[in-house]
Design a protein around this ligand. Structure first.
Ligand code: ATP
Ligand code: MG
Length: 382
């Protein structure tokens, strides 16, 4: 086997650096090994190219946190180690973008396993950690696109990870209008021409939103193109996306048909959106029954209340009782800020970063990413 992996070790403890080095030297896949106790110097080595980084955060400190947060911009192959194995530390490590957390003292067998895993996913996202989050409502005009767009923008800002925003409202999509994009390619082109190509070619079909890490794929330019897209092709699209993006946000139509059911079935999370009025909640009840009949896991469907006002006659507890489920998130009513964002083709936070609704979307994105990280932590605690 080729020994071509280069590994950068950042660890302030000399003994620990030497032990990791001795373990790495016995792994055939590993070629170049660089050791640093100075994290700023080590970071310069990380910037040089595609390497595996093993970084100890036991000492804490702002420099450690800041450098760990920036490493994921240069490599996705980050392993974090610490003598402290508390849930908080593991959450912190995953939030910094670690693919794996290894408790100290490191076991040789653990290090071998992790290096083999990182070698296997070389150049690709680990699709098992990627999440497809679909914003859905079985009623039109409820705010699906507003939520999908602004959640995706804020998720990209909060996590600095690659976020995909896909317009699967195949006939009436309007994400490109919401973000004032003029896309060259669309979902139809990707499905027909690029699905089996490698990541570098595929990602060029996406429009990057300004300087963020958000990548947008628009709905087909012609309605008739959307008619020939099949549920099988949607599955293939999702498989390809999962290899490229840790977060995939889907906007779709309210219809229930073969393609919609495929999208909903394949999603990891459904942000099921409703507003506080009796007809909307009745509709929501019917749809949640459909989800139950399809045996979706309990934590897959999350209820989001849009256009919420504190003085509503119908209380959140009434909605929770009717729907037999807790509300996951509430988004305030703020028509003017949202309309300004839509009319200017920018995100809500760019209209007014201090508005109640911009703050709400920032907190919403943090909660979504924290909850996903917590799900991943369960694996370490199992
Ligand atoms: N939190 C909110 N406060 C005030 N107005 C809102 C809010 N969310 C959405 N709206 C308004 O509701 C309208 C419909 O929003 P949007 O287009 O996002 O809905 P949709 O569910 O995607 O609709 P469709 O079913 O047509 O795709 C927009 O004009 C938007 O300004
Ligand atoms: Mg819409």
């Amino acid at each position: 086997m080729q020994n071509n992996l280069s590994v950068v070790v950042l660890d302030k403890n000399q003994n620990s650096r030497e032990i990791i080095k001795s373990y790495l030297e016995e792994i055939d896949l590993v070629g170049d090994i660089k050791l640093y106790d100075d994290y700023t110097q080590g970071f310069e080595a990380v910037k040089e190219g595609n390497c595996i980084v093993i970084m100890d955060i036991s000492s804490g400190g702002d420099d450690v946190n800041q450098i760990a947060g920036s490493i994921k911009l240069y490599t996705s192959k980050l392993v974090i180690t610490s003598v402290d194995c508390s849930t908080n530390t593991i959450i912190n490590a995953l939030r910094m973008g670690a693919k794996e957390f290894l408790p100290k003292p490191i076991l040789k067998s653990d290090l071998e396993r992790v290096i083999a895993m990182l070698y296997a996913i070389d150049g690709e996202e680990d699709s098992s950690q990627s999440k497809i989050i679909t914003v859905y409502s079985n009623k039109g005009g409820i705010g699906k696109t507003t939520i999908a767009v602004n959640l995706a923008v804020e998720l990209a800002k909060v996590t600095k990870d690659k976020v995909a925003l896909i317009d699967l409202n195949l006939q009436l999509g309007d994400i490109s209008t919401f973000l004032n994009l003029n896309p060259t390619f669309d979902v139809n082109y990707v499905i027909r021409r690029l699905i089996n190509k490698d990541e570098k070619e595929l990602i060029q079909a996406f429009e990057k939103y300004k300087t963020t890490s958000l990548y947008v794929l628009s709905d087909p330019s012609y309605i008739e193109q959307s008619e020939s897209i099949t549920p099988q092709q949607i599955t293939m699209l999702f498989e390809a996306l999962k290899k490229m993006f840790p977060y995939i946000i889907i906007d779709m139509s309210s219809n229930i048909d073969g393609n919609s059911l495929k999208i909903l079935d394949c999603s990891d999370w459904i942000l099921f959106t409703t507003i506080v009025n009796i007809p909307a909640i009745r509709n929501a009840q019917r749809c949640l029954n459909l989800f139950r009949s399809r045996r979706y896991p309990a934590d897959k469907v999350k209820i989001v209340i849009n256009r919420y006002m504190d003085n509503e006659e119908i209380k959140i507890e009434d909605i929770e009782n009717t729907l037999s489920q807790k509300v996951y998130w509430k988004i305030p009513n703020n028509y003017f800020t949202i309309m300004e964002a839509i009319n200017k083709g920018i995100s809500i936070s760019e209209v007014n970063a201090n508005s109640n609704i911009a703050n709400n979307f920032r907190d919403f994105a943090s909660k979504v990413s924290d909850d996903i990280i917590e799900q991943a932590v369960i694996k370490y605690r199992a």
